[in-house]
Design a protein around this ligand. Structure first.
Ligand SMILES: Nc1nc2c(ncn2[C@@H]2O[C@H](COP(=O)(O)OP(=O)(O)OP(=O)(O)O)[C@@H](O)[C@H]2O)c(=O)[nH]1
Ligand SMILES: [Mg+2]
Length: 243
């Protein structure tokens, strides 16, 4: 619990047996439940997550977005924190981000890694991220510094307003588009964090995912993605279905 809010951490994991122990190593005590969405891992991801006390949800449909949808549906916290299962995102920032969300009355925080993605080996990722940020500005008229970041902190109830169609890596930009464009309903902010070296093998296919995510932005902008039911029902519908 954190300031009377129940906290869920959701991680999509595809072969992250090396990353999961790293996440747990300095996980703050305020996290009440950890959901590992295991995406057909062929290593010991599920076993290791289970041994650490996580709730393991198996998602057979392959993809970052598909795994996230399964994990988010299972989360019960008032506030959901997300990150990769590879140890890259800073767990010790969680209480600070929760402070900002709760004390300042935000609904959605997305974390910006760009200050720490300055290594020469990362130039292609930085460039690709910037191209996607630029097209978000061009197509949707709002600015985001790190459209591909996978660390978000948000109130679970906003899921009823989000239409999340993507089962792929484009899920990351889509959740920001959905949350940050609904300015009247959802109060959003982007905040900087640091970003560590990953444990285990990267699943990112830079060229494939980069072009796919760019194409996705156009399809989203011009309404070519079809409908997606919200991951949680609005409260009045929940009451009716429980009755
Ligand atoms: N790419 C990908 N990731 C998946 C999939 N299913 C689950 N994941 C998880 O989604 C997270 C993001 O993938 P990463 O390989 O970390 O991608 P990235 O963060 O862009 O790249 P790195 O900076 O190298 O970590 C990881 O926790 C993966 O294990 C999948 O089908 N594809
Ligand atoms: Mg990662």
């Amino acid at each position: 619990m954190y300031k009377n809010h129940r906290i869920s951490l959701v991680m999509p994991c595809y072969n992250e047996e090396r990353g999961i122990p790293e996440v747990y190593r300095d996980l703050p005590a305020c996290v009440d439940e950890v959901i590992v969405a295991d995406n057909n891992s062929t290593d010991r991801t599920a076993q290791i997550a289970h041994e650490h006390g996580a709730i393991v949800v198996l998602e057979l449909k392959q993809g970052y977005g598909a795994a996230y949808k399964a994990g988010l549906r299972r989360a019960t916290g008032d506030i959901i924190v997300t990150m990769d299962g590879d140890g890259t995102y800073p767990r010790n920032f969680i209480p600070i981000l929760l402070d900002v969300l709760i004390d300042e009355g935000f609904d959605f925080i997305t974390c910006d890694r760009t200050g720490h993605k300055d290594k020469p080996s990362n130039w292609l990722r930085v460039f690709g991220n910037d191209v996607l940020n630029f097209f978000i500005w061009l197509l949707f008229w709002f600015r985001v510094r790190d459209s591909q970041s996978g660390m978000w902190v948000f109130r679970r109830k906003i899921l009823q307003h989000l239409h999340l169609t993507s089962d792929t890596m484009a899920f990351s930009e889509e959740i920001k588009l959905e949350a940050m464009s609904q300015k009247k309903t959802i109060r959003s902010i982007e905040l900087p964090v640091y970003y560590k070296e990953r444990h285990g093998v990267s699943k990112l296919r830079i060229w494939h995912d980069g072009f796919y995510n760019l194409f996705f932005l156009f399809r989203k902008r011009f309404g070519l993605l079809g409908a997606a039911p919200p991951l949680v029902e609005p409260p009045n519908l929940q009451k009716e279905s429980n009755a």
